[in-house]
Ligand binder design. Structure first.
Ligand code: NG1
Length: 556
């Protein structure tokens, strides 16, 4: 089980990347980061934590409905060089608070300025009964504006509250230097990569990861599943109620395949081999999707629409549901099909159950006014939920900030159920492609079917989930015209990247055609072009995981 594997710690780049040849192209970047750390902090870093970005091949906006998704890690990553700062050096820095666990965070990118911050132990009156054990520390995170250090702080927050009880057991002072090659706001999950890398960095500097840390001051060392869960909670502190796909992909990716990640009944990941005769090409629309700042009308609103819809559907099909239960669509499908609590009915039964439940979604349809479906109002939604306004507020609005006058429960539900089914079909086709690859010509037809599912997913994201944008619609259309089997947005959407499935021998021609036809690419050349559109194959050089790297042994 991948989730129960330990967090790997490597001591040479060759071990990280699997071979000297694979490691060589990365050596300069890692060395430069280590050298810059030394220039800035006057000593070598102790660790470099690495977390990759990911591309989601299919399964968009269904992780928070607890349906399985199919992402793969990409080579682009966040690296954080870090080390504990000796106490005696504190006196040289007047700006550093003289309290435990202070942090100097720097970024190689000049746009992101140096930040100094320190956590504080909560006063007894600030600790509520429920969080008495979990939350002894506080750390200010600004969720009103987009700040790079918020993601560093988010990682730190969880480590503090998971591993340190207070002043007697306090964290080290930390210096860190970040560099990243995952473009921000592009749907390749730079935010989750930052949070995972930061979580790892703070765990490492505080001696909370490693083979010898079987039992760590009463805490068992985190395994991969534990790290995913911690990173998921951490990311919520930046203000986005994310589903967990990105953190799971960043932490659990297998270097040679995509991952089928399930969240129900518990977090599990299994490797899915991808076709060898086709390549996934990522293309950035160059529209920056600012997910955290637009969450009220975008991401978080979708989370609420999805959860409320699940409750209404559950009631319509006769499932008893307590007022405080925030049931998800995956649970509704399971209970509707008679699945035992905690059991997993398996892919075929799940697909059949989704298909049987789909006609029942009509209960979520809004009324039509002058031929237009405007969505339901807040009052209508509360009434449909069967909850009193206070109970509704407590269950669905008290923990999240949203802004809307109409809610699209039917369209969101239709997307979620059909997308969940497409993931199951996509995974099955991948397994069949693998079997067919060595035998006959049916591989081509199967690759076609993968492309078709990707196209259907794009239509559903655009029309039902309304998370595309004109540029993503254009880019996916142009990709198909340039010969892709299929093309869709990847990640949250509203900008960011697309992913297209392209025949292996046709990638260069494909990229050239897209460059000629997608207007924002026309003037791009060289690195700018190769940063905007590039082929990725899980396993090609990507080490797919996060790494601790002892620099004394840093050699190829
Ligand atoms: P992006 O914005 O691409 O990192 C987000 C969520 C995922 C998932 C996708 C949509 C975060 C960190 N990630 O991904 O959990 O819901 O949108 O499928 O918010």
């Amino acid at each position: 089980m991948i989730a129960h594997q330990p967090i790997p710690v490597f001591h040479t780049l060759t071990d990280v990347f699997g071979s000297e040849e694979a490691a060589l192209p990365h050596a300069k970047r890692w060395n430069d980061l280590a050298a810059q750390f030394e220039v800035r902090f006057g000593r070598k870093p102790t660790y470099i934590a690495r977390a990759p970005g990911r591309v989601n091949l299919i399964g968009e906006h269904i992780d928070y409905a607890l349906f399985g998704v199919l992402p793969a890690a990409v080579e682009r990553d966040i690296l954080i060089a870090c080390g504990s700062r000796p106490t005696q050096s504190l006196s040289h820095h007047a700006e550093i608070p003289d309290t435990p666990g202070s942090v100097i965070a720097e970024n190689l990118h000049p746009k992101y300025t140096r930040q100094v911050f320190a956590p504080a132990v909560k006063e007894p009156q600030e600790v509520s009964e429920q969080d008495a054990h979990a939350e002894s520390w506080k750390l200010d995170i600004n969720t009103k504006e987009l700040r790079w250090e918020s993601y560093v702080k988010a990682g730190y927050y969880g480590v503090l509250n998971h591993h340190f009880s207070g002043v007697e057991n306090s964290p080290a002072h930390v210096d860190l230097l970040v560099t990243g090659s995952v473009p921000a706001g592009s749907g390749l999950s730079s935010s989750a990569a930052m949070v995972v890398a930061s979580t790892l960095a703070f765990l490492a500097v505080n001696g909370k990861v490693g083979d010898s840390l079987e039992d760590n001051g009463g805490h068992k060392s985190l395994d991969k599943g534990g790290l995913v869960e911690l990173a998921m909670k951490n990311e919520k502190r930046v203000g986005v109620n994310s589903g967990g796909m990105d953190q799971a992909a960043s932490v659990m990716s297998d270097p040679s395949s995509a991952l089928y990640i399930r969240f129900y009944p518990s977090l599990t990941a299994s490797a899915v081999r991808l076709p060898t005769r086709a390549v996934f090409v990522i293309a950035n629309s160059l529209v920056v999707a600012d997910k955290a700042l637009s969450a009220k009308r975008g991401y978080n609103l979708r989370v609420v629409e999805t959860l409320v819809g699940a409750r209404i559907l559950a009631q319509a099909v006769g499932l008893p549901i307590a007022p405080v239960d925030r049931i998800t669509y995956r649970e509704v499908v399971g209970r509707f099909a008679g699945e035992q609590p905690g059991a997993d009915m398996g892919a075929d039964a799940l697909e059949a159950a989704i298909t049987r439940l789909e006609p029942r979604l009509d209960v979520l349809k809004p009324s039509v006014t002058d031929g237009v479906q405007l969505g339901v109002t807040m009052e209508e939604m509360v009434q449909m939920s069967g909850l009193a306004p206070d109970a509704f507020h407590e269950a669905y609005l008290s923990w999240v900030d949203i802004e809307a006058t109409r809610f699209q429960l039917y369209k969101r539900a239709k997307h979620v159920l059909t997308e969940a089914r497409r993931v199951l079909q996509f995974r099955r086709a991948c397994v069949e492609v693998e079997a067919a690859a060595s035998s006959d010509g049916s591989e081509a037809a199967l690759i076609d079917s993968l492309g078709r599912l990707m196209n259907e997913s794009q239509v559903s994201c655009a029309e039902l989930f309304e998370c595309s944008c004109p540029e993503l619609d254009d880019l996916t259309r142009l990709a198909r015209q340039a010969g892709a089997y299929g093309s869709r947005l990847t990640g949250a959407g509203w900008g960011g990247c697309t992913v297209s499935l392209v025949a292996e021998g046709k990638v260069t021609e494909f990229i050239q055609k897209v460059k000629e036809t997608y207007p924002p690419y026309k003037n791009l050349e060289g690195t700018a072009l190769s940063e905007a559109i590039f082929a990725t194959k899980p396993g090609r050089g990507a080490c797919g995981q996060y790494i601790y790297f002892a620099l004394d042994l840093f050699c190829l």
